[in-house]
Design a protein around this ligand. Structure first.
Ligand SMILES: C[S@@+](CC[C@H](N)C(=O)[O-])C[C@H]1O[C@@H](n2cnc3c(N)ncnc32)[C@H](O)[C@@H]1O
Length: 326
């Protein structure tokens, strides 16, 4: 199965009004050491600078630039491009400065259609590594003004983010392999039949007992697995969602149809989270990729790039690549 998300799948993600692609984190935007790094970077730009955010998503990084610009009267002109049908407008209420940014959806970073030598800073946060590196570097070179700079936060294979992604993937696979969602669905279908007909045949009753027993055994196995993990959040979310559906106290409140809907949603959430984690794993750079990025940048006339690890909350979060046209 493909390891990468396409533009349509990313479009589905951004329709959920997320500001970043970190599920359940950075709800208000990148913060702490990440925000500080970017603010220092923006402070180096001339008044009225043109800034382009590659693979902007719903505009988290572009928004940091707009906020800095507004707070310091810098008048930056900010463009965010992404090849997906992004939805930054859905965040206007909570982040009014979104309106100060020009967003170009359905626009690949390898071919932005923007003017030659038009940008002072081309930047990216967890976006550049998702594209075609040689083609994107050629485009960045074309877009930058003489002396213009390229700065990007890039996922590193050995970072805490990737470690978490690998742990999440293992947990998702374990939940999927347990067959719990399928067993639960078959059980609810029998409950539905009972509600429709008023009684179940002996065979169906036996089947219901078997399914019930198997559900209990598999849930217990998953809970035992969770107890061995440092951060079992994904397995616990999964087992708790299923247990809530079968809790006797909820029997009258949740209809079989609502249970089936909830199970289908849970299965879909697992599937899309698995694809997202695989996509992240495939996009992350290793030391070899950083080395080849460095070589290509120098060949294209950039200064020798600084490539340094960036910490967040005391852990290696990503690498920062920083260079300017010499
Ligand atoms: C991990 S998200 C990061 C989004 C945003 N920079 C952020 O920090 O929230 C990666 C983004 O890259 C975009 N993307 C992937 N390949 C692309 C390409 N070739 N051209 C433009 N955007 C691309 C996806 O649509 C997605 O929005």
């Amino acid at each position: 199965m493909a390891e990468r998300l396409d533009a349509q799948q990313w479009g589905d993600w951004w329709r959920n009004r997320a500001l970043t692609s970190f599920h359940g984190h950075f709800q208000h935007n990148y913060d702490g050491s990440l925000r500080l790094f970017w603010e220092n970077r923006f402070a180096e730009l001339p008044l009225g600078a043109a800034i382009l955010d590659l693979a902007t998503g719903n505009g988290a990084l572009a928004l940091l630039a707009a906020e800095y610009s507004a707070q310091h009267d810098r008048d930056y002109r900010i463009i965010g491009i992404d090849y997906a049908a992004i939805q930054p407008d859905s965040l206007k209420k909570t982040h009014p400065l979104i309106e100060q940014i020009t967003f170009l959806a359905n626009t690949p970073m390898e071919n932005t259609g923007l003017e030659d030598a038009s940008q002072d800073l081309v930047m990216s946060q967890f976006g550049f590594e998702y594209g075609d590196m040689p083609a994107t570097l050629k485009e960045i070179r074309r877009l930058l003004k003489p002396g213009g700079c390229f700065t990007a936060m890039v996922h590193h294979r050995d970072s805490a983010v990737l470690e978490q992604a690998r742990e999440a993937l293992a947990q998702i696979k374990r939940c999927e392999k347990s067959g719990v969602a399928e067993t639960a669905t078959a059980l609810v279908e029998l409950q539905q039949k009972l509600a429709r007909k008023g009684a179940l045949s002996d065979r169906d009753q036996q089947q219901a007992r078997r399914l019930h027993q198997s559900l209990g055994t598999e849930l217990e196995k998953l809970n035992r697995y969770a107890r061995q993990l440092k951060d079992p959040s994904h397995v616990l979310m999964f087992t708790r969602s299923i247990m809530t559906l079968f809790d006797r106290r909820n029997a009258a409140r949740i209809s079989p149809e609502q249970r089936l809907d909830a199970l289908a949603r849970l299965t879909e959430e697992n599937r899309s989270y698995r694809l997202r984690m695989k996509d992240l794993r495939a996009a992350a750079f290793g030391d070899d990729d950083f080395q080849s990025l460095k070589t290509t940048l120098v060949q294209k006339g950039f200064s020798i790039p600084e490539i340094a690890p960036q910490e967040y909350a005391g852990r290696h979060f990503c690498n920062i690549v920083s260079t300017c046209l010499s």
